[in-house]
Structure formats: C-alpha cells, structure tokens
Design a protein around this ligand. Structure first.
Ligand code: M6R
Length: 613
C-alpha cells in the first residue's frame, strides 16, 4: 500500500528519496511525490503513475543545484483511498501556509468534521484527501513548535497513521509518528532515514528503531528522540536488520513472482531446517513459547488471516484436527473483532501474515490478547508489527517476498503449520512412529516443490490454452479445497481472469449453472482420501461441457482419464501434498498472466500489504 521515505543527512535528499521510493514500488501504488526544504521554502514534486515518472519530472523541473543539495526531505507512494490517483491527491500535502509538508499512511476517519471546522476558519483545500486535512490541522495547531503542533493535532484525529512531517521554519528535523501503520527509523552515520518498510532504507543502514503505536519521534541527522503523544520520553532499542541485497533483484527472472516461485525449494528448506526432531518424531519450534503442559491443556486452535494467509490457515485447520486431535477454526481476520469471538485461556490464536502488517490481522491479534487467549504469530517479515505485538511466534524464513501475489510465503506458512500440528500432536495422542513418519514427509517438502518447479515449461505450454478465457473454476476437497481457493486467487489477481474456488461438492449447489461448453474447471484431484468423490464431481462438470485441467498425482492413470489435460505432482502425505499442488497452480497462474501480457508483480489495484481496514 502507501509507502513513506524520509531523509535527513549529508546526501542529496531528492535522489535518496527517489531510490527509497523505488524500493517500495513492490507494495503497490498509483501516484508518487516528494518534498525537500530548499532555502526558506518547501518544494514539492508529485505525479500520478510510477516513481520513474516522478524522477523524470523532478529532473526536468528542478535546478541541478536543488537536485544535488544535501539535506532533508520526505516522499511517498500513494495507494488511493480518498479520491482518485491524481497529482492533487498525491502526497506530500502542505498546510495552509505552505510551510509544513506531510506524508501519511493510514486513514483519518474523522477527516470530514475536521475539514469542515478548518474550512470555517478560512482554510482552502486542494485535494480530496484525508491527509491534506491532517496537514492543515498541524499547521493550525502550530504556534512555533512543530513537535507540539503534531502532538496536538494527533490528539484530535481518529483512525490510523504513519506520518513524516517537516517545516521550512524548523529545517533541521523531521517529526514522525505512528498509530496502526508501521514506521521505522534508520540510524545511519551522520544521516537518519524514516520509512514505512525496511526495504526503503536498507542500502543506507541496517540499524533501525521501530516505533510503537502512539510514539512520536523528533529525528535529526544525528539524533532520534522518541516520546509518547503526551511528550513523555520512551525508550526504543536499536535493532539490527539482515540485508540480503539479492532479494531486491530479479536474478535473471522475468518477474519477481517467477523468481519467488523458483525460490520455494530453498525457502522451504530454510523454513524447516533444524525444526524437525526425527528421533522424537516431533518438531522444535521454540518461538511458540508454550510449555508441554500448556500445549497439552489447549482446547482449541483459532487461526486468523486474510487472502493467501487465510488459505494457508484453512490447510492448517485440517492439519490440527487430523494430526493434533484438537478442535481448530479459521476466521477471516477482518470479521474477527466485530463478531465478538468467544475466547479464553485455553485457546491458541495463531495470526498468520506474510507482511506482519495487515491491519485486520493486527486488530484480531489485539482482540485475542484482550480476551486472554494464547496468541502467537506466523509472519515472514522480521520485526513486523504483528510479530512484535504477539511476542511469541515462528518466522517463515522465506526471505523478502516482493511480488504482490504471494507464493513462497504460502508454502512456508503451510510447512510451518504442519510442524506446529506435529508438535501439538506429539503432546497429545500422536505416536512417536506416526510423528516420525510425518516428520520424514515434511523433510521431503523442498524436493517435492522442486519437482513441480522443474515442470515450469510444461505448465507454460498448458497455460497457453487458457489465454482467451474470462472465467475459470477451481475445485478440490479436504486439504485440496483451500488449494483450489488459492489457485483461483492467484489466477484472478495477476491475469484478471474471473476465477472462483469451490469445494468440489459445492459446485452443484449453484455455480454449476455457469458451466457452458469449454468453461475451464481446474480440478485439484491428487490421490488423497476423497479423490474418488472429486472425480465424480469432475464427471458432473464434463457432462456440462466443461474443459477439465487436472492437478493429479504422478502415475495416477485413473485420474488422468477424467481430465482433458493434466499437471502431475509427486505423491506425498495428504497434507504435505498441498504444497506441490499449489506450486503447480502458482505456475499455471503465472504463465497465463505472462502470456496475456499482464503486469505481474504489481497487479492493478492491489497492494502488497493492506494496512487499512
Ligand atoms: O501480509 P499478509 O499475509 O497478512 O497479507 C494478506 C493478504 O493481503 C495477501 O495474502 C493477499 O491476498 C495477496 N495478494 C495474495 O497473493
């Protein structure tokens, strides 16, 4: 979603800001802008479209002197919420005087009454945004002290924010604050950076301070002073980040998504390495932070997430019930806090989020903690808000996922959920022998994924037959049902083909009415319990003229006969088999989208991390 970069130091601010924005492009956005302090003035450059357009515009319109001036600036990529992606709506926004500039992630929910109040005082607004209202409010509160003005303004707003503010009247500092939208401060050598995402600043420094909600910091080139909104100092430690520069490069692949699909064998090896105990037939997940007694006493696992992470949770639901013999539920995180869930101290709430910043999942975490449940997270991004707020959790170790369409995070989420189920199961009724067998199957996961990745060209040839379709149905049963949901999500988000995932049995309760001659049905019919029933549902589709692409187990000639064409995946434990099956569907979606000429890594309207409700 929106991205923030701020800079104060010896380098020329404009180029640091633009290269920071470039690193945030993967998050999804539709306009970009920056502001620097030049002499006594704030100068702003903004444009709809890409950061490259902003760079070209700034180069064309700003003098070489201004472009190369060391100093201070703030910049932003905007994912439109209030008003379309126009130049006027792009950030930074100025206050009424034009002396204060602001970039903002999040949503100011009470911006309408605030705007009306300010308009009554004579303020004139140039955009549709809630952010411009906050800029004017800060200006209205400012009586010569920017820090105090920001505090006073933030006390009046409802909603979420991650902000960076600067004033031409106080040119040596940037004020930054957060509530519900991440901000981190990079502490460099004679320079300080502000960002909503570490990737924007990692090439400058790996030393970062994460702000917590309601923190506000005064940042200069060589100091960071963090306080709360009542001006009371708070201590925030400096954390060291790992920097893998190659993650930000495509490494010879045409798209980040393809690179990330190909990385899965390695990521899955990282996610499982050192976490399987073959002697005990169990797993070692210290981050869960629960004693064997606590695990044995748990009554329920409740998983929350959105999108792809929700689909991983649905696989986890099968795993926990089957392996750990514990009641398991999955909730769409956006609904969780509004339905007033019944939770207690014997419930284990698992928040699943690649980014660790999804607003709804974070809110679900807070609700669960409020109600006294054990809460843990399963995140990919180290130091993300959800990881930090839950305190206990298991990292995926998938490495940075740049493509908006999630791939390697999903397979690592499933692998970690299987290991969690194994650990819980061994603390309950799962025998050492059964545990040992499952641990060996989990250890095969990297190679199972690799076998499917090696079929990329074959899958591309199959995908070429689906370029003209505008609708597709994905069906599956048991743990292959969430795989079907994920396959449909991948196809729709990157190829713009309308795709729906259904339980194979559900089709005939309505959606089958949409099948006509040649409608594609992608049947995830791997050889696991329930396959025969899925094949029966495939027959029902064929009888209506549907064209069937099967995802089937290698050597399963019987299943192959039901399909018009097939992609085969290696035989594995029914839950483990979800991983090679989904890799096949990721490649199918990728190749369909590529052959249709779609913009794969940043699909229209989508953001990598959804930090608003
Ligand atoms: O970062 P999270 O896992 O919390 O993100 C959740 C969803 O926004 C995300 O999975 C989204 O559905 C992806 N675009 C799927 O490819």
């Amino acid at each position: 979603m929106c991205g923030i970069v701020g800079y104060i130091g010896k380098a020329d601010a404009a180029s640091v800001l633009i290269s920071g924005l470039k690193r945030l492009e993967y998050r999804g956005y539709d306009s970009a802008g920056l502001a620097v302090i030049d002499g006594d003035d704030i100068v702003v450059s903004k444009t709809p479209g890409k950061v490259a357009a902003l760079r070209d515009r700034t180069r064309a319109e700003w003098s070489a002197d201004r472009l190369s001036r060391p100093g201070i600036g703030i910049a932003h990529t905007r994912w439109a919420t209030h008003g379309p992606p126009t130049e006027a709506n792009a950030h930074p926004h100025l206050d009424q005087s034009g002396d204060i500039a602001l970039v903002h992630n999040g949503i100011i929910e009470n911006y309408r009454p605030l705007r009306a109040r300010l308009e009554a005082k004579g303020h004139v607004f140039r955009s549709d945004t809630d952010t411009e209202v906050l800029a004017h409010l800060i200006g209205d509160c400012c009586k010569g002290d920017l820090f105090q003005a920001v505090c006073d303004a933030l006390h009046q707003v409802e909603g979420t924010f991650g902000i960076a503010v600067m004033s031409a009247r106080e040119p040596g500092k940037v004020i930054t604050a957060r509530r519900g939208s991440p901000i981190l401060i990079g502490v460099g050598d004679g320079e300080t950076l502000i960002a909503s995402d570490a990737s924007a600043i990692l090439s400058h420094t790996q030393r970062v301070i994460y702000l917590d909600d309601n923190d506000i910091a005064v940042v200069t080139a060589d100091s960071v002073d963090v306080r709360d909104l009542h001006n009371v100092p708070v201590t925030r430690e400096i954390a060291e980040l790992e920097f893998d520069g190659s993650a930000a490069e495509k490494g010879g692949f045409e798209h980040f998504m393809l690179k990330e699909i190909h990385e899965q064998p390695e990521c899955l090896a990282n996610a499982t390495r050192g976490r399987l105990d073959h002697d005990l037939g169990s797993s070692v997940l210290a981050g869960m932070g629960t004693s064997p007694r606590e695990l044995a006493e748990l009554e329920r696992v409740v998983m929350v997430g959105c999108g792809t992470s929700l689909h991983a949770a649905l696989v986890g639901e099968y795993a926990f019930e089957d392996i750990a013999d514990i009641h398991a539920e999955v909730h769409q995180a956006a609904e969780f806090r509004y339905r007033n869930p019944i939770l207690g101290s014997r419930d284990f709430v698992v928040a699943i989020s690649q980014s660790g910043e999804t607003a709804d999942t974070l809110a679900a975490v807070r609700e669960a903690r409020q109600k006294g449940a054990f809460v843990m997270s399963l995140c990919n991004v180290v130091g993300s808000t959800i990881a930090r707020e839950t305190g206990r959790g298991v990292y995926l170790h998938a490495g940075p996922e740049i493509s908006v369409a999630s791939t390697k995070a999903f397979t690592c989420q499933v692998a970690v959920l299987l290991m969690m189920a194994l650990k819980l199961g061994r603390g309950r009724r799962y025998s050492r022998e059964d545990g040992g067998r499952l641990a060996r199957e989990i250890a095969r996961i990297p190679e199972l994924a690799a076998e499917v990745v090696r079929q990329s060209e074959h899958i591309a040839a199959i995908a070429a037959g689906y370029l003209k379709d505008e609708h597709a149905f994905f069906i599956g049963r048991g743990p292959m049902y969430p795989v079907a949901l994920e396959g449909a999500l991948k196809l729709k988000e990157i190829s713009y083909i309308h795709a729906e995932g259904y339980h194979a049995a559900e089709l005939k309760h309505g959606p089958i009415a949409l099948l006509t001659q040649g409608t594609p049905v992608i049947a995830v019919a791997c050889d696991i319990p329930g396959k025969d029933k899925t094949l029966g549902n495939v027959e029902e589709c064929r009888a209506r003229g549907a064209r069937i692409l099967g995802i089937i187990t290698e050597g399963d000639d019987e299943a192959a006969e039901y399909m018009d064409e097939s992609i085969t995946v290696p035989r594995a434990h029914p839950l483990v088999a979800t991983i090679p099956a989904v890799v096949a569907l990721q490649l199918f979606a990728y190749h369909v989208a590529r052959l249709r000429g779609c913009e794969i890594d940043q699909p229209r309207n989508l953001a990598k991390s959804v930090t608003v409700e």
